[in-house]
Design a protein around this ligand. Structure first.
Ligand SMILES: Nc1nc2c(ncn2[C@@H]2O[C@H](COP(=O)(O)OP(=O)(O)OP(=O)(O)O)[C@@H](O)[C@H]2O)c(=O)[nH]1
Ligand SMILES: [Mg+2]
Length: 327
């Protein structure tokens, strides 16, 4: 590893905030040596507890993140926040909005906030968020909050990069729990009904509890439903106590860690392979050639992908060899 990188990592470990920011950018931008950096810090990680905070747009995720962070800081935790920005990396509007809402905590030196764009992240948001979370972990943050956007596949993806998932809902979004996307309900460890100062919060909380009673009959997991309000501050301390409960659970050795590392390995591998192939077909004209054929109705995307892949001896190799199959 280059001397400069070694020094950067050392500075980051010693608590230098600028070094932390630079290392994250270095890894995000895939600068030469990024993987060595990840390898070298990996052994120091695994102590932080990562919470994914998801839920419908406008439910209050940023507001709650802010309130949670303030309370955790008071309880002497060090915090990293990863805000996943729904807008394109070129506009930055939503990002600024979130920064403003989080401004109360921006100045605290025990907290580090990082925004990430959902688009343009090569190989997926999930691994990108994971990398950043690992770096924050190495920098000594003991709680990492990942706020995701409430749309698309990204929220499910980020969920798999988290130790625990908090689903934020609020009354007045029309169709009640129908608004909660299938698949997310099962993944959530904690349900928050925010904007409890508004009408309909009690009904929504009961609806969710009832649904959980039905769906968890056969499972051991028992999720809590907590009502909160950023206006009246109701439920916020309760919420933070719940989060600390998860922190302690993680510290005492959660059984999910192995599953997570499995996902991590698969995700890194996918990113590597797809990254190489994607770059290749984009730079050698193969992609555009395939596009021409499909657009002219002379082929279809499935055939083109088969053709592209069969052109690489690597793929043939992977399909038949046993060499790489040794445990
Ligand atoms: N009445 C009331 N308003 C709230 C509460 N919490 C948040 N809000 C308001 O709801 C709006 C959305 O809050 P955000 O925290 O930005 O919600 P979000 O889920 O992060 O939104 P996106 O990131 O855009 O999806 C803001 O105007 C907040 O001031 C609450 O407890 N009660
Ligand atoms: Mg937000």
């Amino acid at each position: 590893m280059k001397e400069r990188l070694v020094r950067l990592i050392e500075a980051m470990m010693a608590g230098n905030v600028r070094a932390l920011a630079r290392l994250i950018s270095f890894v995000e931008d895939r600068q030469e040596g990024w993987k060595d950096a990840m390898k070298s810090i990996y052994g120091t990680t695994g102590h932080a507890c990562v919470f994914g905070i998801t839920g419908s747009p406008g439910a209050g995720k940023s507001t709650l993140t802010n309130e949670i962070a303030k309370r955790l800081l008071r309880r002497e935790h060090t915090i990293g926040i990863i805000a996943v920005d729904p807008s394109s990396p070129y506009s930055g509007g939503a990002l600024l909005g979130d920064r403003l809402r989080m401004r109360d905590i921006c100045t605290d030196r025990n907290i580090f906030i990082r925004s990430m764009a959902t688009r343009g992240v090569l190989g997926g948001l999930c691994q990108a968020a994971r990398d950043v979370a690992r770096i924050l972990d190495a920098a000594g943050k003991d709680v990492i909050l990942i706020e995701t956007v409430g749309v698309g596949q990204d929220e499910i993806e980020v969920v798999s990069a988290s130790d625990y998932v908090m689903l934020v809902t609020c009354p007045g979004q029309g169709d009640g729990i129908q608004a909660i996307k299938a698949g997310v309900m099962e993944i959530a460890d904690l349900f928050v009904v925010n904007k409890a100062d508004k009408d309909g919060a009690d009904e929504l909380a009961s609806e969710i509890s009832a649904m959980l009673d039905l769906s968890t009959e056969m499972e051991v997991k028992k999720q809590s439903v907590i009502k909160t309000s950023a206006v009246t501050k109701e439920g916020l301390d309760d919420l933070v106590e719940n989060l600390e409960g998860f922190l302690n659970e993680k510290k005492s050795g959660s059984k999910r860690v192995r599953d997570q590392v499995r996902q991590e390995i698969l995700s890194i591998m996918e990113r590597e392979i797809v990254g190489i192939l994607r770059e290749r077909i984009m730079s050698n004209g193969r992609l555009e050639g395939a596009l021409d054929l499909v657009m002219a109705d002379r082929s279809d995307p499935y055939t083109e992908v088969d053709e592209m892949l069969s052109g690489y001896s690597l793929m043939e190799h992977l399909k038949k060899t046993e060499e790489g199959d040794k445990p």
